[in-house]
Design a protein. Structure first.
Lengths: 219, 133
């Protein structure tokens, strides 16, 4: 890259268009940002608002965790080994989602389909284990109506599970869109938003397995 | 005056969250980054479950260390999977994240504080019954 020899105009706040030798990154200089940046930033703000919604569920759970109404507590109903397997599934699906974004960046369709399929399989395996846990609890008459503790547990973990379900549907839609339309710019923006969504669900799960399961079963 | 503008050089300017700025051999470097993130995340998860099982730690220290491990793992996810970095091109993303974290903190800490104060100031069940007599 060739540096510009002419002296820069006096522009301390970078209100003018930034030049490559003085780009003032992160200060909005240089005219409107690329559409990819704007779309992903807007989706990032949505994800942060989603995290704030989850924090309300977390706060509710923390307040009601001891309100068992004579029913079973956290130590009686949680199976930590099952949660560990779920966590590994979700981490591996996050990794293969990263591989899918790299494949989309390299415009490599076979690699994209393969890593999205692996992401789907691990996500579906996670969801299956979670459903099995829920069904087991409800069959043992420890459903959400048993106590305030179980209501808030089903609300919090079920909300995360609903997000994962929506993510799996979105994943299939992205495979179909890449298949039908190819790696067009708007399709690439959607895959970027999908990968942000999927990785954020993983972050929420980290908070979830720590607060609900691990801290719940501590003696 | 031959000025070079940013539109022609996408490697400058703000970066989208989730986009990684790679210099050099792109894909191999990208895979390496995700692999490091996966190994760190699996290690931190393993440590959490190991400590929670009650081995190797003084009992009152387990809960704080689980929280610390979770915060560390969220940081690993942010850096290696979401590519929210401390670089100048990521300033907007980090500022939005900081605001989100502030609201989350206010919501959770505020709820716990209010509810514990409320419980503290509520008369016990027996007192309520004796007041009604």
């Amino acid at each position: 890259m060739s540096t510009v020899d002419t002296p820069l105009p006096f522009d301390p706040y970078q209100v003018g268009r930034a030049r490559v030798d003085n780009p003032a990154r992160g200060h909005g200089a240089g005219g409107p940002a690329a559409k990819r940046v704007i779309v992903a930033y807007g989706f990032w703000v949505f994800l942060l608002s989603d995290i704030i919604m989850f924090s309300a569920f977390f706060a509710t759970y923390a307040v009601l965790a001891g309100a068992t109404n004579g029913g079973p507590g956290a130590r009686e109903v949680f199976d930590v080994r099952n949660v560990g397997v779920e966590t590994v599934f979700l981490l591996l699906s996050s990794f293969s989602c990263g591989m899918a974004s790299l494949a989309a960046g390299a415009r490599n369709k076979p690699a994209f389909y393969a890593s999205m399929a692996v992401t789907f399989l691990f996500g579906a395996a996670f969801l299956t284990l979670e459903m099995r846990e829920f069904v087991g609890l409800i069959q043992a008459s420890n459903g959400p109506s048993r106590s305030a503790f179980l209501s808030s547990f089903f609300a919090l973990v079920g909300c995360h599970g609903a997000h994962v379900t929506a993510g799996l549907v979105w994943l299939l839609v992205m495979i179909a869109q890449v298949f039908a339309k190819g790696f067009r710019p708007e399709i690439l923006r959607r895959t970027l938003c999908f990968s942000l969504f999927w990785h954020t669900l993983d972050i929420i799960w980290v908070a979830l397995f720590t607060v609900v399961y691990l801290l719940g079963v501590l003696p | 005056m031959t000025e070079v503008y940013r539109e022609d050089h996408p490697e400058y300017g703000d970066s989208a969250p989730g986009d990684e700025r790679l210099d050099g051999s792109g894909v191999a470097q990208g895979i390496a980054g995700y692999l490091v993130g996966l190994v760190l995340a699996l290690g931190l998860t393993g440590a959490s479950f190991y400590f929670a099982a009650g081995h190797a730690l003084w009992a009152p220290g387990i809960a704080p260390s689980l929280v610390a491990l979770a915060v560390g793992q969220m940081g690993v996810h942010l850096v290696f999977f979401l590519h929210i970095t401390t670089g100048p091109e990521s300033t907007n993303n980090v500022l939005a994240l900081a605001f989100g974290v502030l609201i989350v903190f206010l919501l959770i800490a505020g709820t716990l504080f209010i509810m514990s104060t409320l419980n503290h100031n509520m008369p016990q069940m027996g007192e309520i019954i004796s007041m009604q007599r």
